[in-house]
Design a protein around this ligand. Structure first.
Ligand code: ATP
Ligand code: MG
Length: 318
């Protein structure tokens, strides 16, 4: 089986218990939860039984232990997670507003995550990889950008593949070096996985079909657009395959895109047809939004099969 790696932040998330407007007074909180978009992605791939690992860094503290033990227990290779001697594990505080938007306070760039880079352990992990998943939100430090460049070069040179989820808010686009780093990722991408309007981040076209055509003409093999409660579409040169979402109650959307992405990449690497891969990825996303906590809704293949069987869709994964 092909081995997937990713490079980026591991953090804990601490959530406001009730909807509200930020953190300017004392409120009930719940957490810490294991989190970080690349970490959620790799945890989900591991739970589906795909060989996988992450290049990252945590502090020498309980938040780090919580994350590393979680990833290890779920089957991910944790050999390239460095433990920073002095800085604390990254963190994110999140509060849901009544309108459904979220307020965040991040401590990532200046946390243990600042040490993420190509350590000897990371180089050894990259050597074993067949596929690199790039998460746009991880491109916040020079060390990570350099590590991703090096991993991309090595993995592509031996015939491996790259997937890329921009996973970025417009405000982050103007961070120094961000556009260049995103552009480099796109140039090397085989499977591009934007959500919603992110499809237009790199195109002149402002209409979806034309934007997809522009990306495919640049050498990207396939594009998967995540559409939240509307499901997802797969595009390649032969056209579009659309799969509606499963009807579930949305308890917490955080992590759905990362879980969906890991399930789709896993199925794609296993050579599964796009329509089946979309059903499994949609089921994985639907299970993720049904659970509070960013990584709490990741699924094993047994859980996905049970979810599908309950909807008369047995056998999709075989
Ligand atoms: P993230 O906030 O993690 O970055 P995203 O914007 O990348 O999310 P979404 O499109 O929100 O990704 O969600 C990914 C997938 O999860 C969807 O394509 C769909 O399959 C599933 N999903 C998301 N929201 C819902 C929902 N309300 N009901 C059912 N499925 C959902
Ligand atoms: Mg996303």
């Amino acid at each position: 089986m092909k081995k997937i790696i990713t490079i980026g932040e591991i953090v804990v998330e601490i959530m406001a218990v009730e909807t509200g407007n930020g953190f300017r007074s004392a409120i009930p909180l719940i957490g810490p939860f294991a989190s970080g978009a690349p970490a959620i992605f790799i945890d989900q791939a591991a739970k589906l039984g795909q060989p996988c690992g992450i290049v990252s860094a945590v502090g020498n503290d309980d938040f780090g232990v919580l994350n590393v033990e979680r990833l290890r227990n779920d089957g991910a290779d944790v050999s390239a997670i460095a433990v920073h001697p002095t800085a604390a594990t990254g963190s994110a505080f999140v509060c849901y507003r009544p309108d459904g938007n979220r307020d965040f306070i991040f401590n990532i760039k200046h946390s243990a995550c600042s040490a993420i880079g190509l350590t000897p352990a990371a180089e050894a992990l990259v050597e074993t990889a067949d596929h690199l998943h790039i998460m746009g939100s991880a491109l916040f430090s020079d060390g990570i950008v350099a590590a991703i460049h090096e991993a991309t070069r090595g993995i592509k040179a031996k015939g491996g593949t790259v997937s890329f989820d921009p996973n970025i808010r417009k405000e982050m686009l103007d961070l120094p070096g961000m556009r260049e780093a995103l552009g480099h990722a796109l140039e090397n991408t085989d499977l591009f996985m934007p959500s919603g309007d992110e499809i237009f981040l790199f195109t002149r076209a402002t209409e979806e079909k034309a934007a997809v055509a522009e990306l495919l003409a640049r050498g990207i093999k396939a594009v998967v657009i995540k559409r939240g409660a509307k499901g997802a579409s797969y595009f390649d040169v032969s056209g579009e395959t659309l799969a509606p979402a499963f009807k579930v109650e949305e308890v917490d959307p955080t992590g759905a895109g990362d879980s969906f992405g890991a399930a789709f990449v896993t199925c794609w690497l296993r050579g599964m047809a796009a329509d089946k891969a979309l059903v499994i990825a949609n089921a994985t996303g639907a299970r993720a939004v049904g659970v509070k906590g960013p990584m709490e809704g990741t699924s094993s293949m047994t859980e996905i099969e049970a979810f599908l069987a309950a909807r008369n869709l047995s056998g999709v994964s075989s």
